[in-house]
Structure formats: structure tokens, C-alpha cells
Ligand binder design. Structure first.
Ligand SMILES: [Zn+2]
Length: 347
């Protein structure tokens, strides 16, 4: 009660504010996403994500070493294969781009944790996260919904189904292949039902019982992923991902997703995207006693970059505030394209 209580006493100077600060950002909680592509000496900036690049393996190794030197403990790799097909060969081939990059990074920066994003969309000719099957008109299947691409009408997506169970086998094969290449943490992002169990079983059967799984447990069908699809060249050729990723309107369902992934053997969980889903992060933190990550996605990054470029916001201030809020909500690990920028600022 005033006047006994004056909260402003604890805001009187930066030293005082620093002393009573409840949330402290540190590069130790960051996971830095990298996009790896074939070739050599390639460093191609993603148009909608200034400061983010498609990197050939040699350049990815340099980037990994720099991240490690800045105190960032972990990377997550996304692959841009030279060829795509209908069975995502590039995802599970021994000489797949992620596998090759992993071996190169682990050889140069062995102490850095390398996480492998396990999904099929980057490796499928159609850009969906699972196997696609044509179905008859009017069927009650879990199909992709209709959409247009590039303004042109496309085949009605109701003719297609993203097949769940058959996709699990390819996802499991991808996880094992990544573990063989030296990936430290397997991170399935596909949102098929049962993928964590399928991956856990396959890893164990192949001698990787000590390799942990961080599941993208609550991954929403979000408009904030737009720039990523340019970076990873993974936009679906038809339909969208609403038949497998979560409806942004749902919170209770996210808790079920997380619970099921944990029952299936996930060691760590993730909420994606972050800023528009702080309530999901907070609720997950309250309910589940496991390491919790949040992914500050491409659109979140792009909006801050764009507004800062126009002079409408202060880049560093908003970057720090956004990451702080994600941590304050309850995430102890943050996947962020800002990892290096922040590490340089506060490291
Ligand atoms: Zn995917």
C-alpha cells in the first residue's frame, strides 16, 4: 500500500534494475538455425530475412565455429537438397545435405550441439511434410485444404491426402540417418501422429538409445512461417498444412499434443511460433516438467528487421524485448535467427 510501498525505488538506476531483474537473457539458451545447401563458397542471403543465408557446407562450418565462439551452444540444421522426389530421398540418404553438413561441423566444432530438424517437406517435390496420396472426390480424409499458388488456380487439394502412417517410416529412417551422421538431438517438426514413438523405436533399434528427441510438440499452422519457405524452398505446391499442423485457435489441444509426445518418448518439447503463442508457452511451462523450447520463427524475425529498416522501431531494443518475453513466458531455450546478433550485444 502507498506510501509505504513505492515500487519505483527499485527502478531508480540501471544498477538497481539489473539487481532485481527476474529474467536474464544469455546466449547459452539459444539455438541457431542454419540453412545448408549444396556447392562451395555459397553464402546467399534470403531476401525476406536479412542476415540469414543459404550456406554451402564449408560456409556452414565457418558459421558454426563463429556461433560457438560467441557462446551459442547449439545449432539446428535445415537442408536444401539438390534434388526433390516423392519419397524424400534427400532427407534420409547417407550423403544427404544435412548428413554431410553434420559430419563437417562435428569434425571442426565437436563441442557444438548439432540438432537435426526431421521433416520431409524440404525434400518432397510437392513440399508437404508427409507422403501424398491421391484420393477420390468427396472422401472424408484428412486432406489438405484448397489454395492457390502464385495467383493461379491449382488442382483442388481435396484430391490429396497427406498419409500419416506411411510417413512415419520415412521420418524414422531420416532420424536414424541423422543420428548416424552425428546429430546430437533429433527434432521432428512434421506433426504426423505417432512420429515421436516411431522415431524413438527406430533410434533405439539402431543403437541410438542415448540420442534425445526434442519434438515440435505444439506447432501451429501459422502465417508467420512465410519467409522460412523462401529460405528453405519448402512451400507446398498445392493446399496448405492445416490438416496436420495445429489450429491457432486451440490451446487445450496443444497440451494434448505435448502430453502425447512425452508419452511417446520426447525428452524436450517446443512451441512454435513464439511471440503470438506466449500463452501456450506459459501453460506448457506450468504443466510439464521437461525442458521447454520456443521457436521465434522467420516471420517474427522478418517483421522486426523490416520495421527497423524503415526506422519505425529500434532494432536492438525490440529484438531483446521479444526474446526476453519468450523466456519470461517460460521457454528456457529459444530457437532464433537473432542468436548471433544478441550474443554480440550481450555476450
Ligand atoms: Zn515440414
Amino acid at each position: 500500500m502507498f506510501p509505504q510501498n513505492r515500487l519505483r525505488r527499485m527502478r531508480s538506476s540501471e544498477a538497481m534494475r539489473s539487481l532485481v531483474r527476474e529474467t536474464r537473457l544469455s546466449p547459452e539458451g539459444f539455438i541457431y538455425p542454419l540453412f545448408v545447401c549444396p556447392g562451395e563458397g555459397i553464402r546467399k542471403e534470403v531476401g525476406s530475412m536479412p542476415g540469414v543465408f543459404n550456406l554451402s557446407v564449408d560456409e556452414a562450418v565457418k558459421e558454426a565455429a563463429e556461433a560457438k565462439a560467441l557462446g551459442i551452444p547449439a545449432l539446428i540444421l535445415f537442408g536444401l537438397p539438390d534434388k526433390k522426389d516423392e519419397i524424400a530421398t534427400g532427407a534420409w540418404a547417407d550423403d544427404g545435405i544435412v548428413q554431410v553438413a553434420t559430419r563437417a561441423i562435428k569434425a571442426t566444432v565437436p563441442d557444438l550441439i548439432v540438432m537435426g530438424d526431421v521433416c520431409l517437406c524440404e525434400y518432397m517435390s510437392h513440399g508437404h511434410c508427409g507422403i501424398v496420396k491421391k484420393v477420390k472426390h468427396g472422401g472424408q480424409h484428412s486432406h489438405a485444404t484448397s489454395a492457390t499458388r502464385g495467383g493461379a488456380a491449382v488442382a483442388p487439394a481435396e484430391e490429396y491426402e497427406i498419409v500419416n502412417d506411411a510417413s512415419l517410416e520415412i521420418l524414422a529412417r531420416t532420424a536414424v540417418s541423422q543420428a548416424k551422421a552425428g546429430i546430437d538431438i533429433i527434432a521432428p517438426s512434421d506433426m504426423m501422429d505417432g512420429r515421436v514413438a516411431a522415431i524413438r523405436t527406430a533410434l533405439d533399434k539402431n543403437g541410438f538409445e542415448n540420442t534425445p528427441i526434442m519434438s515440435y510438440a505444439a506447432k501451429y499452422a501459422s502465417g508467420f512461417y512465410g519467409p522460412f519457405r523462401e529460405a528453405a524452398d519448402s512451400a507446398p505446391a498445392f493446399g496448405d498444412r492445416r490438416a496436420y499442423q495445429m489450429d491457432p485457435a486451440n490451446k487445450r489441444e496443444a497440451m494434448r499434443e505435448i502430453k502425447l509426445d512425452l508419452l511417446e518418448g520426447a525428452d524436450m518439447i517446443m512451441v512454435k511460433p513464439a511471440i503470438a503463442y506466449l500463452d501456450i508457452i506459459a501453460e506448457a511451462r506450468r504443466r510439464f516438467d521437461v525442458p521447454l523450447a520456443a521457436y521465434q520463427v522467420s516471420g517474427e524475425y522478418a517483421m522486426i528487421k523490416a520495421a527497423a529498416k524503415l526506422g519505425w522501431i529500434d532494432h536492438d531494443r525490440v529484438m531483446l524485448e521479444s526474446l526476453m518475453s519468450i523466456q519470461r513466458a517460460g521457454a528456457s531455450m529459444i530457437l532464433t535467427y537473432f542468436a548471433k546478433d544478441v550474443a554480440k550485444l550481450i555476450g
